[in-house]
Design a binder for this molecule. Sequence first.
Ligand SMILES: [Fe+2]
Length: 254
Amino acid sequence: MKLLQLSDLHLPRPGEQLYGQDPHIHLREALADIAAHHADAELLVLSGDLADAGHPAAYRALRGALAGLPMPCQLMLGNHDLRDTFAAVFPEALDADGFAQAHRATPEGHLIFLDTLEHECTEGHLCPRRLAWLQSQLESARGEPVFLFAHHPPFRIGMPMLDACGLAEADALHALCQAHGNVRHLFAGHVHRPVAGSWRGIPFSAVKGTHHQAKQQFADEFVTAMEPPGYAVILIGADNVAVHFHDFPTRAQP
Ligand SMILES: [Fe+2]
């Protein structure tokens, strides 16, 4: 199974720039690269911070940009998103509880997508309702492999400014993972860095944004960097997960 993970699009209103460049152009370039090289992927996951400030026009532009894709998309929310304006454009993306959380069954296992957005919080949260939903999803997987996606990572990457605004309920998430024992990989966004490792024994990966990146520095300072953007190509088999970090060419950085 081939999945693609795009993250942290940070789309402003069309025509506006962010850090001197146009995030909508970066998205179009990412999608063109996908159409050229990965049209056979079974799913495109967009792991949050779809919009930079939750503007309805940003979500409308996203809806238009994704319309011609050959594969389905899974839309997730990050701290820069606004659930209400998102839902006005993508009403089908919210579940009965009103969260952009979802489950997809595949031959290789269960894909579970969390909604860690808490209004006006930079860090991520899983409230009791969302934790209860996750628990029921893990239970219905009945021990089969689970691949978990969240915008906010529960793990630390050693960059203090980012580690301070990850998932607040990391211990509660870990308790559920431990109780069920079937979470094979955690996929995150939010950090705007290509990072892989393990967290309390669970493998993880996080990806670059499609627009701007976080400069790699292990100090109490966050610096935005216009490094080449990228996305992840995720290959999942019966006994294997491989995550390829792929930089795509852009007009700004051919
Ligand atoms: Fe972001």
